[in-house]
Design a protein around this ligand. Sequence first.
Ligand SMILES: Cc1cc2nc3c(=O)[nH]c(=O)nc-3n(C[C@H](O)[C@H](O)[C@H](O)COP(=O)(O)O)c2cc1C
Length: 339
Amino acid sequence: MHDFFAEHPLLLAPMAGVTDEAFRALCREQGASLAYTEMVSAKGLSFANEKTRHLLRLAPGEDLVAVQLFGHEPAVMAEQAAWIEHTMGDTLAYLDINMGCPARKIVTKGDGSALMCDPALAASIVSAVRDAVNHPVTVKFRRGFKIGEETAPEFARRMEAAGACAVTVHGRFSEQLYRGSADWDVIAKVKRSVAIPVVGNGDVRCGADAVALREKTGCDAIMIGRGAEGNPWVFAQVKAALAGEEEPALPSVAERLAMARRHAHLLAEREGRNIVRMRKHAMWYMTGLPRAATARGKINACVTPEDFDKVFDDLLAFAAAHDSAHNPASSAFVNKEAN
Ligand SMILES: Cc1cc2nc3c(=O)[nH]c(=O)nc-3n(C[C@H](O)[C@H](O)[C@H](O)COP(=O)(O)O)c2cc1C
């Protein structure tokens, strides 16, 4: 897959509850070469669960997507991977297997990062899925499970031997959840340990971060998660920085509000009039805007696209009255605290 990542070097991370088709479309438009779905339960798909299938819907014009599956039963994973391949055809870039999720409800079932504690089972999942599909199979995992036990390089070799075509490494231990900072040395170590492409992930929030991650690790592609929340422009900035070009200016207050509005309407086209899930995105778009604190209270009561429009209208009017609508929003949002 080296050629694939040479053409698609900038990836939107899978994020449950965040990377739906509306958000993916906006990130692709800003320069993400590929976006991942939210993680999809193989078990849920096997029961033809509608909510689970919903996660596989594409945005209009979305021509390529990476689908991430989670689960721990090789046969179920293989069967559902084949179903996804059959259903999605050419729009599927590859199937990724989640072996990094640290959430308690996932790990206690033996899914996500729990698989890092059982490399033999992890390997049998990869080889079963690999045998069931023609598309490439990739694996996303962490620095290790227990804090201080860096198993990623050895784990990566096991996944490669089992048939993984690429791996993504998030440089935190599972037990860290999202605390502390991502270690990029482990990504370099994984890169030296395997011949397949390695995607580097963790704490990339601006062009300079991406350039530093690539230089430090030699990774084949860069994946951005939280840095894109309320900030799809991060992809335009990173893309320019990686190409050695001048980065585009940070978006103005008016541009941020226009993006938030489009996001809400894109969601409504797909979800109907109840777009409560827009609340968290709207909060992220507000970061660094004048009057954000007041807007947050109002956003918590928004349900329909018109409710959100009203909050965005008020913010724009306030900024216009203070001659700041065309100023960049505070750059605070670029460095906002991890959630
Ligand atoms: C809200 C949220 C949901 C996430 N969901 C997933 C997921 O479904 N699958 C996955 O592999 N990682 C998931 N992650 C982890 C991200 O893909 C990524 O590895 C992590 O956030 C580190 O990258 P970042 O510092 O660029 O955010 C999630 C992270 C967040 C914050």
